[in-house]
Design a protein around this ligand. Structure first.
Ligand code: AMP
Length: 312
């Protein structure tokens, strides 16, 4: 239901049902407006807000979904403790130019008897897909539902979740969703830590250890730039950098093809350096892409530099 008082306070329409969202979208369409969708799980930070600002530049109406999607969490993962604060999110979203938030209850998205899931094959069997079975099935399912509910012209995703962006581009291509997928570089804290809602879990000493991810990615990129072409050597060096920090445990350290996501032996072409690391009970991911062309490594310009929180 649309809550008009909420809109007066923050300038953001709060939609909690699919019917109200379809109505809102139909009204915008009738006025010939283009629609951008920014799907999130909420507890917004500068990464999410950068997606929203990017949408603001390109679309007439900016919609953000806030939904902690249970189907993308495995048993024993952090579904229950995932941070939630809709009031705070509404204010932040308003500041970034969001027009409407779609924040459905779980039963609105998955009513009793729900039985349909979307599976993207191949790309989801490596990296996070290998350590979180079923995760990308949940992501592909909820994104398909959101694209059907909102029917945006463009949908915005962060490269912080690089594999997710690749999976969604494939999903949209394979199932013919009439939407452009726009990717946005990773937004980082001034010291390089990739922004994440899960950073909230980190105690001060863990926050220091978490810097290992960004350091390891840079070390890997430096090695490649200085001519190392053996993926195993780069992986080893990155792992060493991570394990030098107290309280860290490696889920994966990957040097993979940035298009197919397949592990590399010899480094060439567009390369993805990707990490998943446990810091205490918190699993953090980060990545960096670079291009090795004519045997020279180029930093991928699409990746933002640390501290580069605001665009333009
Ligand atoms: P989440 O709420 O974590 O599911 O993220 C929602 C969207 O924001 C996804 O497209 C993420 O890739 C994106 N995102 C999350 N963190 C960042 C970040 N630090 N920089 C850029 N995009 C991000």
């Amino acid at each position: 239901m649309i809550e008009p008082q909420a809109k007066e306070m923050t300038g953001v329409e709060l939609l909690t049902t699919i019917a109200a969202t379809r109505k809102f979208v139909a009204a915008a369409r009738q006025q010939g407006k283009s629609i951008g969708l920014v799907p999130t799980m909420g507890y917004l930070h500068e990464g999410h807000l950068t997606l929203a600002r990017t949408a603001r530049e390109q679309d007439d109406v900016v919609m953000m979904s806030i939904f902690v999607n249970p189907t993308q969490f495995g048993p024993g993962e952090d579904l229950e403790r995932y941070p939630r604060d809709l009031e705070r999110d509404r204010k932040l979203a308003a500041g970034a130019g969001v027009d409407a938030i779609f924040a459905p209850a779980v039963a609105e998205m998955y009513p009793p008897g729900y039985a349909t899931y979307v599976q993207v094959e191949g790309l989801t069997e490596v990296l996070c897909g290998a350590s979180r079975p079923g995760h990308f099935r949940g992501v592909a399912t909820v994104v398909s539902k959101l694209l059907n509910i909102v029917q945006p012209d463009r949908a915005y995703f962060g490269l912080k979740d690089y594999q997710q962006a690749v999976v969604i581009k494939r999903l949209v291509r394979d199932l013919n969703f009439p939407v452009d997928i726009i990717t946005v570089p990773t937004v980082r804290e001034p010291d390089g830590l990739a922004m994440s809602s899960r950073n909230k879990y980190l105690a001060p000493d863990q926050r220091r250890s978490a810097l290992a991810l960004y350091r390891a990615l840079n070390l890997g990129a430096e090695l490649i730039r200085s001519g190392e072409r053996r993926a195993a050597v780069v992986r080893e060096a990155m792992a060493g950098e991570i394990l030098a920090r107290p309280g860290t445990r490696i889920d994966y350290v990957a040097v993979n093809d940035a298009e197919t996501l397949a592990p590399l032996e010899e480094i060439k072409g567009r390369v993805l350096l990707a990490l998943a690391v446990w810091v205490g009970n918190t699993r953090l991911i980060d990545n960096l892409t670079l291009e090795v062309k004519d045997d020279v490594a180029h930093h991928d310009e699409k990746q933002a530099a640390p501290g580069n929180c605001h665009r333009g």
